[in-house]
Design a protein. Structure first.
Length: 154
């Protein structure tokens, strides 16, 4: 691994850590030593029943990207990470660019509403990246909560 690649990965980890720890209800566990493709396992501490977790996969790129370019990069990451799945909990891909500090996310294992009103975990086949910020993180956590609420109720 080149020094630049290592530094980019370290910066992505730092950016993800700062974002995730901005919420008091999230605790992150570093899984970088394990070979499963997931960088962090995030535990949500809340006054709802059950253990609630989601995974985070990190990707980086030096130069800035458009949403379409982010989708292409994350599509490749989806294929690489999918070989470790399916996962028993929701998993997001976080993508950081270094030169202009862009942040994107997409779902790998997403809670998806079924036609019968159920909420199931589905490995995504297509990528639809969205800007990653505090509001997006709130939406991610809300969808994860919704999935666990339905899962634990059934």
């Amino acid at each position: 691994m080149s020094q630049r690649t290592r530094l980019m990965e370290e910066r992505a980890r730092a950016l993800a850590t700062v974002l995730l720890t901005s919420r008091d209800d999230l605790q992150i566990t570093d899984l970088s030593d394990e070979d499963m493709g997931i960088a962090y396992l995030v535990t949500i501490h809340f006054d709802r029943p059950g253990l609630r977790q989601f995974g985070v996969v990190l990707r980086t790129r030096l130069s800035p990207v458009t949403a379409d370019e982010a989708n292409k990069v994350l599509k490749t990451s989806l294929a690489k990470t999918a070989r470790y799945g399916p996962f028993p909990y929701p998993v997001c891909l976080f993508f950081f660019t270094m030169m202009e500090s862009q942040s994107w996310y997409a779902w790998l294992m997403k809670p998806v509403h079924g036609p019968d009103g159920s909420l199931n975990l589905a490995m995504q086949q297509e990528i639809s990246s969205q800007p990653l910020d505090l509001a997006a993180l709130d939406g991610i956590v809300a969808l994860v909560h919704e999935w666990y609420d339905v899962t634990f109720a059934s």
